[in-house]
Design a protein around this ligand. Sequence first.
Ligand code: PLP
Ligand code: LYS
Length: 450
Amino acid sequence: MDRKGLFVIKQRDLFLFDKGVLKMIIDELTSKNGHLMIDGVDSVELVKEYGTPLYVFDISKVRNQIKKFRSAFEKEHLNYQISYASKAFAVKAIYQVMKQENVHVDVVSGGELYTALAAGFPSDKISFHGNNKSLMELQMAVKNHVGVIMLDNFHEIELLQQVLKESQETIQVMLRLTPGISAHTHKYDQTGQTDSKFGFDVKSGQAKKALKLVLDNPQMKLLGYHAHIGSQIFGTEGFKMLAQKMIEISKDFQSEFNYWPQVINLGGGFGISYNEDDDPITASDFISVIGQELKQDCKEVPEIWIEPGRSIVGPAGYTLYKIGSRKDIPGLESYVSVDGGMGDNIRPALYQAKYEAVVANKMNQTDVETVHISGKYCESGDILIKHQKLPQTEVGDVLAVLDTGAYGYSMAMNYNRNPRPAVVFVEKGQAKLVVKRETYEDLIKLDGNY
Ligand SMILES: Cc1ncc(COP(=O)(O)O)c(C=O)c1O
Ligand SMILES: N[C@@H](CCCC[NH3+])C(=O)O
């Protein structure tokens, strides 16, 4: 299969079609003049209007993924809640999409909380995470009546006690547990192993001690337990072990404290396919595994919450760049540079993350070479993609890097004083600018003189 066919396969939902239908879909995805179409919008036109680099989100894909999670839970007859992990992509417009989709969100900082509230997102559907929430952040959360505070450590319990005493409020909390499960993923993306900065360790008795403190505090209403084993996880095994472990812990704690959780939150971490080597599980794969464990082992099945970030917004995101300079090294590699790089996508440099790209204005041309796609930042490590197959390219072509919706804009930075790109949402043939491109003026806005 050629790269264009592969690109279509990457749209995953299209798997089940026969060849004829597949061809029609390929034609639909690429317009007559060979341009990459994103939910009915010509990506090359977007570049003309908004410039590059440009993040584009296909909002139909976002909504579709939420629907898949919903129907997987409903198929298992589980009570559930989907809480979008907004660290993956946290701008006002995406919180508004989440509000329209009637899901919860989780935030991990005062800044994310502020953005969600400014977007009009209902505070009672917000869970507040973080391993070092400040007094100010906890005050902000209590004052705005967030739905749940995910308690992470003893210092935080003390701070929250203080805030609740002063404000005379009560608040729902959950205990974040470290279940002692190592997920098979990049070590920076593991969070559930015992040696982790997150949560109360179960093995050493920290979790029990925290549980007692919370149960003894009438201003904290304990909703249940939370655990998150990591991010970009492919198999169902880790989630199965997590479900088993959470039931085991709940039963153990029940015998001592006569407390059974109303909710068990199993975190996020569901992997997506960035390239052809990645083989992620589907929503229904892991939800059915979790469902089986719970139904066979619990008399009273708790409500299950999940916190997907990457799997909701990742595949919906495209980053569009213009191709600029090129360096061919005889007998070695060729480097094709784009007008962005590690400032808008730090993941290849930070986690050796792999992506794939297409030339958005040459979708109907066949690949003729393999090159490295380099960014414009002053770092040798600023290589967005290694060994990318491409058709013949020239200066001004539009390169679209696929699946960049998660942890792209949210981890973007101004290194080398490059302004951060704009963000456009597209849906059913319509495009809307939802975050403006930073200007040079913006870059010096906070600078003083000396
Ligand atoms: C507590 C928690 N929940 C949810 C997520 C979302 O993970 P992902 O984007 O991989 O679904 C993370 C990030 O790893 C997290 O730390
Ligand atoms: N930033 C990570 C995932 C976040 C993990 C959050 N606990 C990534 O881009 O893969």
